[in-house]
Write a protein that binds this ligand. Structure first.
Ligand code: HAM
Length: 429
């Protein structure tokens, strides 16, 4: 029988790497909460139609990347390829978008059947943000400033903010016509993909990575020339706020995004350190989507961060240290083994946040100390026959130097509390 393996493009995240992920997520969520965003939890599976009607029928995601299946009732369902559609669906379904201002975030796995490579997976994780009911560029600015705060909180440096506007639907229609006319005139220079997109989704041609088409795309009309006055004012308002707040950006009129729901502002945070998969965060405004999915007209904007990509850019956090327990309880001999679980419980009660691994499965001093060392714990707490009888514990530093000492329980509690505080300080908690 062949060996069982995870599905291609879908990865396990093992300890202690999970500790880095937890720390990354904790810092991101901390930043989101600083702006009053609240968590929403959404299903991983939705009706396929939801994605077709929001992301767009003629997008790579819907045309070729979704995990779509029929359930036992014959309904067509899909694993979510992103979170915006489900979030809007939930907002409409529960009536939480109308006459309210909602700031929401979500986190979790997304699924796209793309060709796996470094930074591109079939199951990947996003933290996403969606806000509803606010029309002005102040919201767009807030969300971009939130991103900047997240990068600072994570110590991720060197990201470039790329910014564009797609205008309003009427601007886009006018622009689209001009774009189609332009590409029609240069039909011979279009590759297969562009020909296919020409009448279905011509804006996506601008996003082509084919070097042979670069010059043609460079010469194409720009959306900026077709902006209505309100769309232009919105864009200028956003840029002015970013400048005032000292957030640098690069305007990229070729930035069109791979999902159809956007209007006006679109942005991406990009790094040069991850090769072809350099976009770590992307989003923008989608003022028409709520209505398009059956809700009352509600302006909206959001973004999503790709966690696998951000994890690659984190500064050196020692995952082993982040995951390590504070103490390992060594208990040798019948009396010690009998009192150890109760002692461990009392210590966990007395010291908030304590990470205490109690030896299970017996063993002599040598074997148990070996496990204590391997656990990465800062301290070994040792009970032998004598300690068990005198209600004392021998405390032995495992990582830092220092003598072992025999202490009573109140002194032990104080030492452990100090260790927890030191660990938290070391991990910047
Ligand atoms: P997106 O650009 O499709 O936008 O994805 C956002 C981010 O998710 C990307 O910039 C990237 O970091 C990460 N990502 C996407 N696909 C993969 C993959 N196959 N492997 C690894 N990472 C990936 C959206 O999903 C929108 N829902 C964002 C949004 C929210 N717009 C408004 N609100």
């Amino acid at each position: 029988m062949s060996k069982l393996q995870s599905v291609r493009g879908m990865h396990d995240i093992l300890p202690p790497e999970t500790a880095r992920w937890r720390e990354m997520e904790r810092r991101i969520v901390g930043a989101l909460e600083a702006y009053g965003y609240q968590e929403i939890r959404l299903p991983l599976v939705e009706h396929t139609e939801l994605f077709a009607r929001s992301i767009g029928e003629v997008t790579d995601i819907v045309e070729k990347e979704m995990y779509t299946f029929e359930d036992r009732n014959g309904d067509s369902l899909s694993l979510r390829p992103e979170g915006t559609a489900g979030c809007v669906r939930a907002g409409i379904q529960h009536g939480i978008l109308h006459n309210r201002q909602q700031r929401l975030w979500y986190a979790g796995p997304m699924f796209r059947h793309e060709r796996p490579q470094k930074g591109r997976y079939r199951q990947f994780h996003q933290v996403g943000v969606e806000a509803f009911g606010m029309t002005g560029p102040d919201l767009d600015a807030e969300q971009i400033l939130m991103c900047a705060r997240i990068w600072r909180a994570l110590g991720v440096e060197g990201l470039r903010l790329e910014l564009n506007t797609l205008g309003d639907p009427a601007d886009r229609r006018a622009y689209r016509d001009r774009l189609v006319a332009y590409f029609e005139r240069h039909r011979d220079a279009l590759d297969e993909d562009a020909l296919r997109r020409l009448h279905t989704n011509p804006l996506r041609i601008l996003d082509s990575k084919n070097p042979a088409m670069r010059e043609l795309i460079e010469g194409a009309p720009r959306v900026q020339e077709y902006l209505s006055e309100p769309a232009r004012t919105h864009y200028e308002g956003l840029k002015a706020r970013l400048e005032e707040a000292g957030v640098a950006y690069v305007e990229n009129s070729r930035l069109v995004r791979g999902l159809d729901y956007y209007n006006r502002t679109v942005f991406e945070w990009v790094t040069d350190r991850l090769g072809a998969q350099g976009t770590v965060c992307a989003g923008g405004r989608y003022d028409g989507l709520v209505e398009q999915l059956g809700g009352r007209p509600t302006p909206a904007a959001g973004f999503a961060i790709g966690l696998e990509r951000v994890a690659e850019l984190l500064p050196h956090w020692d995952a082993g240290r982040l995951a390590a327990p504070d103490a390992y309880l060594v208990a040798v001999g019948e009396a010690a083994e009998r009192v150890a679980p109760a002692l461990a419980e009392r210590l966990r009660d007395a010291v908030p946040g304590l990470r205490l691994v109690a030896n299970c499965g017996g063993g002599g001093f040598k074997a148990q100390f070996k496990r204590a060392d391997r656990s990465g714990a800062a301290l070994a707490l040792v009970i032998g026959e004598e300690e068990a009888q005198t209600h004392r514990v021998t405390l032995k530093p495992l990582r830092a130097g220092g003598e072992q000492v025999r202490v009573d329980e109140p002194a032990l509690v104080a030492q452990l509390a100090a260790q927890v505080a030191a660990r938290r300080q070391e991990n910047h908690r």
